[in-house]
Design a protein around this ligand. Sequence first.
Ligand code: MF3
Ligand code: CO
Ligand code: CO
Length: 266
Amino acid sequence: MPEIIIKSHAEIDAMRRACRLAAQTLEEAAKLVKPGENTLAIDDFVYEYTLKHHAKPAPLHYQGYPKSCCISINEVICHGIPNKKTVLKDGDIVNIDITSILDGWHGDCSATFYVGKPSPDAVNLVETTRRCLEIGIEQVRPGARLGDIGGSIQEFAEGRGFSVVRDYVGHGIGREFHENLQIAHYGRKGHGLRLVEGMTFTIEPMINQGTWRMRILDDGWTSVTLDKKWSAQFEHTLVVTKDGCEVLTKFSGPLANSVTPADFKF
Ligand code: MF3
Ligand code: CO
Ligand code: CO
């Protein structure tokens, strides 16, 4: 089994650039989220923007994946394939997941967006999921254990009546898209591998309104909830630092169409 790759400061600098591009691409793609937009148009934008910035979209041809990003609406958990016939409509929630390769390094991030006006149930799901990612990030420091991340996320999500997807996990990332480190979004605090400075990985909780169980559509990629209830996801790439962590894919400001409604309270 390949080992966990610890990155040097120079390597983290290079990753920071790839991650910044992924975050910028997502910030720009976010502006296209509106009723009537088809998901292929968003994918086309991601492809062009990435090439213009001397990078490559990591999903394209990755294990046969056909497009440049993943766009997952409502009951789609992840790996939704952009398609001209898939059109955003008022009230949908949509995750856009962007991974860029710049100078051989990967940056991976995603967010869930509101299309037009969301229902209270949709807001509750999306804001809970946003908070799950924040809670996961808050656990990360040298000596913390993987179970601290997963356990904290699971406790919060289930405490609010949601379920945590089991079939997909966060992952080590660097020169490879998916490196040998698995970050489950469920688990037991105080258990599991201890984090070490220089580890780079994603946290990307997928949180469901109903069952966490899923099935894959006939396209071989699209993962949907078994009960057709909705699923949301947020993702960042981060590095373990001396005394905590640095979010490498952080945004430069509020994300268009993914702003917490002013009247929302936990
Ligand atoms: N970006 C996804 C992740 O967060 C992986 C997508 S794989 C693809 O790990 F092939 F669908 F692009
Ligand atoms: Co991703
Ligand atoms: Co990822």
